[in-house]
Write a protein that binds this ligand. Structure first.
Ligand SMILES: C[S@@+](CC[C@H](N)C(=O)[O-])C[C@H]1O[C@@H](n2cnc3c(N)ncnc32)[C@H](O)[C@@H]1O
Length: 245
């Protein structure tokens, strides 16, 4: 299966990659760089067998969520699920919730399709496309019960900070897409980004912090292999959970 839009790139995401000056025609949030990565045979099989059932093609018009999931239910948008480890776990522990999951990294999409097959998950749909477009064109304001943004690319260098997902304009759009009472849950292991998240989410008038500052890790979010490794090395992790008023 050919993956749409894939441009192989050697540089790791969230670091030195990318252009400092956006092209004048593309002054929009570009939060990722397409990474090279091998799709394994198992992932390729999952694409072929499960792709037609669980992949939602990008379309520049509103998606009928009930039709997409084959049932009505609260929908959570996940942005950037990586290899889908946390996604599959959360879909298992919250079976009544529908998860619309965006990721642009082809092997990650294959990996989550594989988990869907192995764990017989029926409440995940994948859009292998930029979540910024999905939010702008496929989702109606007020349609989401929640948004998950776990360990988004930190874009460490100051001149790349503008590529971070959690910034005022995008957070405003996320908040507008939440139902009243809906939530945004972010997590990061990069303290300066955690501080930015806290500042930006706190400044959004539609949102209320559920904690005083950082939140305790909600029970549904698992500790992934990556996170466990970091914790063993003494790194911190910060969760933030805000509700739409
Ligand atoms: C650092 S990884 C974290 C992955 C995963 N959430 C985890 O906790 O392991 C960030 C992921 O977000 C994806 N990503 C970044 N911006 C995105 C966007 N606008 N739309 C979809 N995926 C995006 C990247 O491709 C990357 O796989």
């Amino acid at each position: 299966m050919t993956f749409p839009d894939t441009v192989p790139h050697d540089l790791p995401p969230g670091d030195d990659a990318g252009d400092d000056k956006p092209h004048p025609l593309h002054r929009r949030l570009k939060s990722f760089v397409k990474r090279a990565g091998r799709t394994t045979d198992g992932q390729a099989r999952a694409f072929a067998e499960l792709g037609p059932l669980f992949l939602i093609p990008y379309q520049p018009e509103p998606l009928d969520l009930t039709a997409a999931f084959g049932r009505a239910g609260p929908t959570v948008l996940e942005i950037g699920f990586g290899m889908g480890e946390a996604t599959a776990h959360i879909a298992t522990v919250l079976p009544e919730t529908n998860f619309l999951c965006c990721e642009v990294h082809e092997p990650g999409v294959g990996a989550l399709l594989k988990r869907i097959g192995e764990q017989s998950l029926s409440n995940i749909r994948i859009c292998a496309h930029d979540a910024v477009d999905v939010l702008d064109h496929m989702l109606r304001p007020g349609s989401l019960a929640g948004v998950h943004v776990f360990f988004p690319d930190p874009w460490h260098k100051k001149r790349h900070n503008k590529r971070r997902l959690i910034q005022p304009g995008f957070v405003k759009k996320l908040a507008e897409h939440l139902q009243p009472g809906g939530y945004i849950h972010c997590a990061t292991d990069w303290q300066p980004y955690a501080e930015q998240m806290l500042e930006v989410l706190s400044a959004e008038p539609l949102l209320r912090n559920t904690a005083e500052g950082y939140a305790p890790k909600p029970g549904y979010r698992p500790l992934t292999k990556f996170e466990n490794r970091g914790i063993k090395l003494g790194h911190g992790v910060w969760d933030l959970v805000f509700h739409r008023a």
